[in-house]
Design a protein around this ligand. Sequence first.
Ligand SMILES: CC(=O)SCCNC(=O)CCNC(=O)[C@H](O)C(C)(C)COP(=O)(O)OP(=O)(O)OC[C@H]1O[C@@H](n2cnc3c(N)ncnc32)[C@H](O)[C@@H]1OP(=O)(O)O
Ligand SMILES: CC(=O)C(=O)O
Length: 585
Amino acid sequence: MIAKKVMYSYPVYDMIYFTEKNNEFRKWSRKYRERLNDGEDDKTLKAQVFIYDTTLRDGTQGEGVSLSVDDKLKIAKKLDQLGVHYIEGGWPGSNPKDMEFFLRAKELNLKHAKITAFGSTRRFGVTAEADANLNMIIESEVEAVAIFGKSWDFHVTEALGTTLEENLNMIYESVRFLKEKGLEVIYDAEHFFDGYKHNTEYALETVRRASEAGADWIALCDTNGGSLPYEISEIVARVREAVPTPIGIHCHNDSELAVANSLAAVMAGATQVQGTMNGFGERCGNANLISVIPNLQLKMGYACVPDEQLKQLTNTSRYVYEIANISPPNVQAFVGQSAFAHKGGMHVSAILKSADTYEHIKPEAVGNTRRVLVSELSGQSNLLFKAQELNLELDKNKPEGRAIIQQVKELEHQGYQYEGAEASFELLVRKGLGDYEEVFTVESFKVLMEKVGEREVMTEATVKINVNGQIIHTVAEGNGPVNALDNALRKAIETFFPNIKEMYLTDYKVRVLSEQDATASKVRVLVESTRDGRDSWSTVGVSANVIEASWEALLDSMRYALLGRHDEVEDLQPEETERQGILNH
Ligand SMILES: CC(=O)SCCNC(=O)CCNC(=O)[C@H](O)C(C)(C)COP(=O)(O)OP(=O)(O)OC[C@H]1O[C@@H](n2cnc3c(N)ncnc32)[C@H](O)[C@@H]1OP(=O)(O)O
Ligand SMILES: CC(=O)C(=O)O
């Protein structure tokens, strides 16, 4: 059992350093680095940690993650642009899709990363030369390979069903075979930390054999994800003493510690970190490189990817979610929408003075942006920040600002929520500051629904609006009441603003606000609209009547789309109203 003590200061061994001066790696000792850093020579020198991405292999072992060959190729290209050093593309011996990936990946012309194939040591009882999996790795024509072997005696006897000696031979002969074929070999020591805790000498012997066979890296795997940072630090340091080969770390997140464990391993001398984009991976996932990289680079002073490319981190994370068809969690560290979103009035007041008061790094360093949310927890500072964003003039000492914040608090008390409805908030601020002119006002609306026998329900909406003194009265059908209202409102507005046709709804959410009132409950409707599929805006409506709440959100959406276009309204010609079938009273 490992002693429970925290060890913070490990020596940094001879390792590779990166210097921006010549944009190159150099192998230097710690002593030399210190001399350089103290002295006049090269201030850009940083210890290099090599980033090994296994999104396309271990990432796809995560539940719900499935990537086509084209998806994998796109992600590989993106990872190369981010600046990772290795991209593990899959397991050629597993399925034809992975083999196709390797053959097509050669056409990607990657600038920076090496594509690596994955596999296991040879099966027991066959030679490495005759092993089908090892031969398929050769057929995949990669220049680097990761093979995993067993470090835990229990796994050797239980899972493999062979002897401890035969497992050592399997490791040695498999690594040797691949080295003789001219490949860079990363030996993944599966279950290394568990193996070390149960039979230290055997676990160390497995990695010694890999090292003797010529492995270029030994990646220690916390396969079951159960280790703690102090255990990782101590064991990595012991392995560094046992073998001369550079060490990598491969952590799983079953204890929510994969990132912390990877950092602990680097502190103890590991110079390669394996992980995945967004932490995808088997069970609870792998070490999330999206968090590992900025922690190492921005806080611990290591070089992982060039600083300029670190700004691609947010974009890369979202790209991978998009390709995998998974919604990004807002709260994801560093890259999530909420990672630099400030809500509490006290926080916003402080960040306006200095962003460092409530931010651990500069959002731009990882390509993210600062946001300020408006809600009942806001103070004047939130409003001031939003006004600046909207290019609106607001004096903190004038009463309008206080009145707007008061109104937000009262409306939120009634059930509105402005945090997710920024367009409704903007309209409210503009109205409060006298910077808003109505393009249209609503005279009335009506919805009729009729179900006759087995026929489909018929829904029809009638809308009467006033545009610059002209009453427009339209009727439209829809597949439901909200759709019919939307169609009737557009029909009326289109008369004056034909390009409003390009606007469409992308999301519609209803939330019951007081469940105990059952069907008499108030509801909040959030509507998201867009014009070009890229820029979108959200609006809110609240009422005990779901149709009225939806109507309110629809109106705000339309008003937002028409902001600043009041002056374009022209008087309608009678033939125009007739042509469009509009009743003009
Ligand atoms: C820790 C990790 O994440 S390792 C990666 C795990 N990923 C995957 O398994 C995904 C890809 N896997 C596959 O496509 C398949 O499992 C294959 C093609 C590799 C193998 O399929 P099969 O030949 O049908 O074997 P199956 O999957 O049932 O069992 C695995 C076999 O590999 C053996 N094995 C496991 N680890 C090793 C190892 N390090 N070295 C050699 N053999 C190993 C097992 O003993 C078992 O052999 P057995 O059937 O004689 O008991
Ligand atoms: C090799 C690997 O994926 C693991 O041990 O978790």
